[in-house]
Design a protein around this ligand. Structure first.
Ligand code: NAG
Ligand code: NAG
Ligand code: NAG
Ligand code: NAG
Ligand code: NAG
Length: 296
């Protein structure tokens, strides 16, 4: 009994220690539950395991080292290869969100990342790895809806900086000649279509894997508004960065480091919001079709 009490008071002391902000940010923290989260004391950003598609065919853990400017995810999912099993990610928490697109001055993301087989002995294709590396954002005409859910907002906008295996953007198997936009020297292609929640998804795919990403991606939103694909009054509510894990027969490790995620709002210069080329008629026709499909 005395021994037990001694043990439990030692345990209590260590729990108290771990709860102190300085102690919690000086150690690596590991989470393996489906919906575990950690709010960074330094940035307020929220790290999530987000194994929303867990079908029992694998596992996924995230690890957040001291400093909260990096994280890694180690995962394997062996069934339902066309489905997203988990989206280990970090969500930006900012007083600048939600923001109407007409006031989005900049949205900067800097990050260095890698995706490798965990045991280092084989290639990603040898273990059937399928995954993407994305910035995933939700938008809605209503400012509350835009930030309070990932299924209710009307729009999802994704920026793909990495693509492995057969992971592909919604609409990429239909649209053969997508509109493109060159951002800071890199060409991004735009695909669109409805997802399973009836949301209209716009996906900007980088022409190659950009493992050292450092962009202001707000011009990709300016393109959508100036081509009447998204109303400029729409609110951007949620910004997340991470990897959507589809499939692998043995563990994959995704690592993201030195990330810096920042959004600023204000008065946009007219030249930033307008410009670009004529609207893509095929895309608009496809959007109309997508609306019908979503209604059915
Ligand atoms: C594979 O990854 C899972 C989830 O992160 C982990 O629990 C397991 O220990 C890893 N297995 C090996 C052999 O590394
Ligand atoms: C495109 O892929 C979707 C799944 O993302 C599928 O439902 C659809 O049938 C495919 N369309 C074509 C033309 O292959
Ligand atoms: C990213 O790298 C993988 C593995 O090398 C490759 O198969 C894939 O085509 C690359 N993606 C792009 C968009 O270049
Ligand atoms: C363009 O790329 C360079 C090099 O990665 C980076 O330093 C700079 O911030 C980028 N500029 C914008 C506007 O994204
Ligand atoms: C948003 O943009 C509008 C139009 O330029 C401007 O009148 C308004 O002051 C901006 N709002 C903020 C918060 O900067």
């Amino acid at each position: 009994m005395a021994l037990l009490r001694l043990f439990s008071s030692a345990l209590f002391a260590s729990v108290l220690c771990a709860a102190a902000p300085t102690a919690s940010s000086s150690t690596t923290r590991v989470y393996c539950g489906d919906f575990d989260t950690l709010t960074s004391a330094a940035s307020q950003n929220i790290f999530s395991t987000d194994a929303w598609g867990n079908d029992g065919s694998g596992a996924s853990c995230i690890s957040i080292p001291a400093g909260d400017d990096s994280f890694s995810a180690t995962w394997k999912w062996t069934k339902n290869q066309d489905n997203v099993h988990a989206f280990p990610n970090v969500r930006l928490v900012s007083t600048q969100l939600p923001v109407q697109l007409l006031n989005l001055t900049s949205l900067n993301l800097a990050v260095d990342w890698s995706m490798t087989p965990s045991d280092g002995s084989s290639s990603l294709s040898a273990i059937g790895a399928s995954a993407d590396v994305v910035i995933d954002m939700f938008l809605d005409p209503n400012r509350i809806t835009a930030s309070s859910s990932s299924t209710k907002p009307k729009y999802e906008v994704m920026v793909w900086m990495g693509q492995f295996g057969y992971a592909n953007a919604i609409g990429a198997n239909i649209t053969k000649t997508p509109p493109t936009y060159k951002l800071n020297g890199t060409t991004f292609s735009l695909y669109t279509g409805p997802n399973g929640n009836g949301q209209t998804v716009f996906s900007w795919l980088a022409a190659s894997n950009i493992t050292s990403f450092n962009f202001d991606i707000s011009p990709l939103f300016d393109y959508l508004t100036s081509h009447n694909l998204l109303p400029a009054t729409t609110y951007l509510g949620s910004v997340q960065y991470g990897t959507e894990a589809f499939h692998a027969t043995s563990n994959v490790t995704f690592s993201a480091s030195n990330f810096n995620l920042k959004v600023t709002k204000g008065i946009k210069k007219a030249s930033m919001a307008m410009g670009g080329v004529a609207p893509n008629l095929a895309l608009i026709a496809f959007l109309g079709l997508g609306g019908v499909v979503a209604l059915l």
